[in-house]
Design a protein around this ligand. Sequence first.
Ligand SMILES: [Zn+2]
Length: 172
Amino acid sequence: MAKTDDILLALSRTIPDCIESVGPFKYRGKTHRLIDNFASLQHTNCDVCGNDPIFDVSVIRSEKGDRLNVCNNCIDQITSRSVSSWFKAYRKKRENVMENRVYIDGLSSILAMYERNELPFEISSKDVEVLRKTFVQMCNGLDPLTKQKQLVDCYLDFLRGEQKIEGQKITS
Ligand SMILES: [Zn+2]
């Protein structure tokens, strides 16, 4: 499995815990629980305030099984927790990891090759440190600085170039 897929899987496994940690809460005198949160692609309105349309939807369920779709403001109010910002942060992380897929998987290979002394080019220990730091940042869903990305691009190009030459040697 590619490193990026590993990270995305680990990230998605934090959702049930977050949903569970909200615990039961009262809404209109009845006990409810948060059961889901998703980014809606269909037209959805908030069953609590009527806000329409809503894009981030929290689904709550009463003990009787009635389900309600709830907007960000309302879910934070009725649970007295910052549920919406947790999910916003989660989505942003996920988005960043997916956007940086090429960098994350590339760096994962470069750093592994470096550890095994298998890199087909020279790299300074200073650059290795920058690459490691950038890799950790990206794995944590942060978006690195442009100059960090440029350095990664440079080494990814080296690696592609070397692999191309290797390929030509084998085929010719
Ligand atoms: Zn609402």
